[in-house]
Write a protein that binds this ligand. Structure first.
Ligand code: GAP
Length: 432
């Protein structure tokens, strides 16, 4: 994990937030490569779960919502962690994260367990005396429930159907830890899927299969994934059943995403609290009902961390160590690096010209500094799937060498064919 964290900082994937001021615990910044990687992952999620499906539509709602939303959803009363404080060093811990009944930092005595609400409060309004106190949303899904009727009547969709959203969520986590695994500001990719109660088990199974397959297609090794079924007595206040996909991170097994059967809890709670009917009218069957909700809820940061962990590889090549990020090409921040063998004799100009053309199709990087072997290694370390070398022969016959990251195999091809060769291999529908 330390090696990965250091690579992420060194290469511009992920930085500590506000590092020059000493950092903010639980907040992270995605640098030039990190933002590309995470955006590719979110776009791939959207491609798979919204774009190519005919039963899911999208939403992008505001982060700040009416405070009554959080009362009705149960978050004001029930979004609690059970915490204990150390009576000596005053550090606070989640009770379920402790291994002994002493402070893990100083060995001091701990207080009795207390409830701690982990929503982040904020104020909306220009006058402090009259400003409305509300929260930064702790999950993206509540805006889906609140907009349920607007969405289905504007799109004329019919149950079964889903609403998907990708966006920021905030939790005042007691112990943010394990790099971007548990942060205070993070991104969720959530679907609320509305179906009839009698179909809930069938859809639950379908969603389990869809979710599992998506993570495999991101390049996660199946032997590092498992399902965890939440015991009935530990279910969240809204849930009839929850299973998690867990990933075996370097620090141990951790939740990647959940799949919950939320039943009719949320739509009924918001109907009651707002006085607005959130039921669905099935014209064909001439019946009105409150749909059951299945919720595949994923974390963009956790999925990004998992693909980074799975990709990090150390190999020995011709007696030398090679660090290579074996990222799925569709996720790689840079798809192709264009490397002139030498700067002189017009070779760099051909390479620059090629890069200019290719960057309109996919992300590229131009590098003419240092020995070609070192430049390949630099690209391996950030997961660039293709390196294109322009050399003296290019001037003679208009061909270039394309080197593939994992096999390190090189193929010679006409310069005009490079874009068509690479493009399908880095697209979202390319099956690795
Ligand atoms: N709407 C349901 C919900 O929010 P959750 O299990 O609390 O369920 C869903 O969160 C997903 O959001 C998690 O599986 C995880 O991927 C991500 N997530 C939750 N808390 C997080 C945190 N503090 N830091 C990073 N990701 C988090």
């Amino acid at each position: 994990m330390d090696k990965l964290v250091s690579l992420c900082k060194r290469k511009g994937f992920i930085f500590q937030s506000s590092a020059i001021y000493g950092g903010v615990n639980g907040c992270w910044d995605f640098g030039p490569l990190g933002v590309e990687l995470k955006r590719n992952l979110k776009d791939d999620w959207w491609y798979n779960f919204v774009q190519i499906r005919d039963d899911i539509v999208g939403l992008d709602a505001s982060i700040i919502m009416h405070p009554d939303v959080w009362k009705a959803s149960g978050h004001v009363d029930a979004f609690h962690d059970v915490v204990v404080d150390c009576t000596e060093c005053k550090h606070r811990f989640r009770e379920d994260h402790l291994e002994a009944d002493k402070c893990p930092d100083c060995g001091g005595k701990l207080t009795e367990p207390m409830q701690f609400n982990s929503m982040l409060k904020t104020q909306l309004g220009v006058n402090e005396a009259t400003a409305m106190e509300t929260y930064l949303r702790p999950e993206t899904c509540q805006s889906i429930f609140v907009n349920f009727k607007e969405v289905y009547s504007s799109c004329r969709t019919k149950v079964p159907f889903g609403i998907a959203q990708v966006g920021k969520a905030f939790r005042n986590e007691v112990n943010p830890r394990n790099f971007i695994f548990r942060s205070r500001e993070f991104e969720q990719m959530e679907i609320e899927f509305f179906c009839k109660e009698e179909d809930e088990e069938e859809w639950f199974e379908k969603w389990q299969a869809e979710i599992w397959s998506w993570y495999l297609r991101l390049g996660l090794p199946e032997e590092k994934m498992r399902w965890f079924e939440h015991p009935k007595e530990a279910l969240a206040h809204y849930s009839k059943r929850t299973v998690d996909v867990e990933y075996n991170f370097p620090f141990g097994w951790g939740e990647l995403q959940g799949l919950a059967n939320r039943g009719t809890f949320d739509l009924k709670a918001h109907s009651e609290a707002s006085g607005k009917d959130l039921s669905f009218f099935d014209q064909q069957a001439n019946e009105r009902f409150v749909p059951t909700v299945l919720e595949p809820s994923a974390g963009a940061d956790r999925a990004t961390l998992a693909v980074l962990c799975a990709a990090y590889t150390e190999e020995e090549v011709k007696g030398e160590q090679r660090i290579v990020m074996k990222l799925a090409p569709k996720l790689a921040p840079t798809k192709a690096a264009i490397l002139p063998l030498v700067k002189k004799d017009g070779i760099a100009d051909i390479a620059k010209d090629l890069e200019k053309k290719l960057r309109r199709k996919f992300t590229t990087y131009y590098d003419q500094a240092g020995a070609i072997g070192r430049r390949y290694r630099r690209q391996d370390e950030v997961g660039t799937p293709f390196c294109i070398c322009v050399d003296y022969d290019t001037k003679e016959d208009n061909t270039v060498t394309v080197r593939e990251r994992d096999s390190m195999e090189q193929v010679r091809m006409p310069i005009d064919e490079v874009a068509a060769y690479i493009e399908p291999k880095v697209s979202f529908d390319h099956e690795a």
